[in-house]
Design a protein around this ligand. Structure first.
Ligand SMILES: [Fe+2]
Ligand SMILES: [Fe+2]
Length: 258
């Protein structure tokens, strides 16, 4: 195919509504990692609640579907092969090394920093803005949940996944527990976001206040990418994901039913 035909094919592919709106948002991000930023911007959870269809997720987030599809398709069309990596192509040991070096290392630095910053902002401005105290408590709860989670993955779960003779029953139990912990983390992030969005950044906010809110947004974005890799790339290599919900009377399967 010559360059002109390639260009035409690309136009035909991305200028129409070619995305299947019944695909899950997790599958969308697996095929098109660059879409993660778009979903994040619209508060669509593609990691812990990634088994939702694009249509259902846009409705839940209150985003007009045609506008969302257009944005996703534009993003896909604009991507370059250089800055998008397909984690599915990594072997399990490489995938785990990537998760630990990129996401665990980030969290081990970011969480203590955010705990100190949230404490400081709460002490200085908490009387004026009591929700800053709630954010402080939630950031500490998030750290208390995540640090043992990272430790367990690095010390127990991940080594057992790359062991020569994987005990699949044992690993399945550990991965199910991992998913449950991810949901607890997602719930804490939702609660933090609800408070930061309800306050916003006031015009009088100091640099610490502004940094806290921007770093919390960055933390949430990074955790979404991290959990997406664990839930949708790593975990399916060891246990079968639940059947997606069928629209017209098919069997329904949810994680909690397993
Ligand atoms: Fe992890
Ligand atoms: Fe995890």
């Amino acid at each position: 195919m010559n360059r002109r035909c390639l260009g035409l094919a690309r136009l035909l592919l991305f200028n129409g509504t070619m995305l299947d709106t019944q695909r899950t948002v997790a599958d969308l991000v697996l095929d098109h990692p660059e879409c993660a930023n778009v979903l994040h911007r619209h508060r669509i959870d593609y990691c812990c609640r990634g088994d939702m269809s694009i249509a259902a997720a846009s409705q839940k987030a209150g985003v007009e579907m045609p506008a969302l599809l257009a944005e996703l398709e534009r993003t896909i069309a604009d991507r370059t092969a250089v800055d998008v990596e397909d984690a599915r192509a990594l072997p399990t040991d490489g995938l785990i090394a990537h998760i630990v070096s990129r996401h665990h290392t980030y969290l081990r630095k970011a969480l203590p920093f955010l705990q100190a910053l949230a404490g400081k902002v709460s002490r200085v401005h908490g009387n004026h803005e009591p929700r800053l105290r709630e954010i402080d408590l939630l950031v500490n709860e998030l750290a208390d949940t995540l640090i043992p989670h990272l430790d367990a993955e690095e010390q127990t779960l991940f080594p057992s996944l790359v062991a020569g003779d994987v005990d699949r029953d044992l690993v399945a139990g550990e991965l199910t527990a991992m998913q449950a912990e991810h949901l607890a983390v997602a719930d804490l992030l939702d609660r933090i976001r609800a408070r930061t969005e309800s306050i916003g950044v006031p015009s009088w906010a100091c640099n610490s206040y502004r940094t806290l809110f921007s770093e919390l947004a960055q933390l949430e974005s990074d955790i979404h990418r991290h959990v997406h890799l664990e839930n949708h790339v790593l975990l399916p290599r060891f246990i079968r994901p639940p059947e997606p919900e069928r629209k017209n009377g098919g069997s329904k399967s949810k994680r909690g039913d397993q």
